[in-house]
Design a protein around this ligand. Structure first.
Ligand code: NAD
Length: 347
């Protein structure tokens, strides 16, 4: 295998393979870019089908973090770590100690944080070996409300751009997933006068939304077909795919979920279908903005974080305007804008 010819290798600055036989640690840390600052991005613990699959994931995710942090206006580059194996069998103090040492060896070129299957308790073990950790318990706190605020403002920007309306009164929004972000988003939408249609696998969340927010409960598969203005994916990745796009009646897709498109071609497919798409990594950056400011403690305060999250409205407007002017899909335009910011940082 020629590493440098891999499809997902994107001139990554550094890729480190970490191994510790005693604890069973097998991890890969990818530093995609430090052009704007130290690379930041979480650590994922996953039982990958192969080491190649883990490498592909970390290369893609670290590049995604570079773009996300750049578009969020953060002085941070992009990186990511993956720990390979079954977290239920492998998690131990020794393993996170070994991982913490590996992060520390990068001397601050990479800051880690929680991602899938990593808890704040795991990260505090990592923190015993290194200071290059963010998102710790008792610091910036739960990112969910910041992500929800950014997503709410992103929906407002999309509604203004696509429907010419400044306020959300009477706007119908279908929200898929009422978790930490989705429920908080629904509260804001309800307060702003939007009409909610919601789906979730958790009946308690649905019942609460119906009772507290007057939301209309919809089946898991029916959520796509609702006659609404906005479809807001707030649960799973890949909820925009060939099948769901055919069903979609909404003219806006704007939600907090990561990796909403099953395939890059769905960006163009939405443009062709007249759907305005708010690129996921732009609209859902509220949480990382809050967490990332921990890295610059002299700058952290909730007000700074809130002000940066509020910029998401204008950033998305810029993306929408440029996409319209050039007749390009919004996802492609966001990528271009991110690359321009990174190139300036390199200079
Ligand atoms: P969460 O686990 O709290 O909530 C997810 C919700 O989706 C749960 O209520 C779950 O029951 C529901 N769900 C699962 N399968 C579903 C299905 N098939 N249909 C409908 N609902 C379903 O997660 P979260 O923190 O609210 O994050 C939601 C999404 O946003 C994820 O994709 C996450 O990666 C992304 N995201 C979250 C943050 C954050 O700050 N938490 C930041 C950026 C992106």
């Amino acid at each position: 295998m020629s590493f440098f010819d891999l499809v997902d290798f994107d001139d990554h600055e550094q890729v480190v393979f970490c191994s510790d036989q005693a604890s069973g640690l097998k991890a890969i840390i990818a530093v995609h870019s430090t052009a704007l600052g130290p690379a930041a991005g979480g650590c994922r613990f996953w039982d990958y089908a192969s080491d190649e699959a883990a490498l592909t994931d970390v290369l893609r995710l670290s590049k995604g973090m570079t773009y996300k942090n750049a578009m969020a206006g953060l002085k941070l580059g992009g990186g990511k770590a993956v720990i390979i194996g079954n977290p239920k069998q492998l998690k131990s103090e020794a393993l996170f100690t070994a991982f913490g040492k590996a992060v520390n060896n990068l001397n601050g070129r990479y800051y880690t944080a929680e991602d899938v299957n990593i808890t704040t308790a795991d990260m505090s073990l990592v923190n015993q070996q290194t200071d290059f950790v963010s998102g710790l318990e008792g610091k910036s706190g739960n990112p969910g409300p910041f992500t929800a605020l950014g997503t709410f403002l992103g929906i407002k920007a999309a509604v203004k751009f696509k429907l010419g309306k400044d306020d959300l009164t009477g706007i119908k929004v279908a929200v898929q997933g009422l978790g930490s972000v989705g429920y908080s988003l629904c509260e804001k939408l309800n307060q702003a006068g939007a009409i909610l249609y919601v789906s979730d696998i958790n009946p308690n969340a649905l019942e609460k939304a119906e009772r507290e927010l007057n939301a209309n409960i919809v089946g898991l598969d029916e959520i796509y077909q609702q006659d609404v203005d906005v479809f807001s994916p707030c649960a799973l990745g890949a909820s925009i795919n060939d099948d769901t796009l055919q069903q979609l009646k909404a003219s806006i897709v704007a939600g907090c979920a990561n990796n909403q498109l099953a395939h890059a071609r769905h960006d163009k497919a939405m443009l062709d279908q007249g759907v305005l798409y708010a690129p996921d990594y732009v609209i859902n950056a509220g949480g990382i903005i809050n967490v990332a400011l921990e890295i610059y403690p002299e700058e952290y305060c909730a007000d700074t974080a809130t002000a940066l999250v509020q910029n998401i409205y204008q950033t998305l407007m810029n993306v929408f305007e440029k996409a319209q002017a050039t007749n390009q899909p919004t996802g492609i335009v966001a990528d271009e804008m991110a690359r321009e910011i990174i190139a300036k940082g390199k200079k």
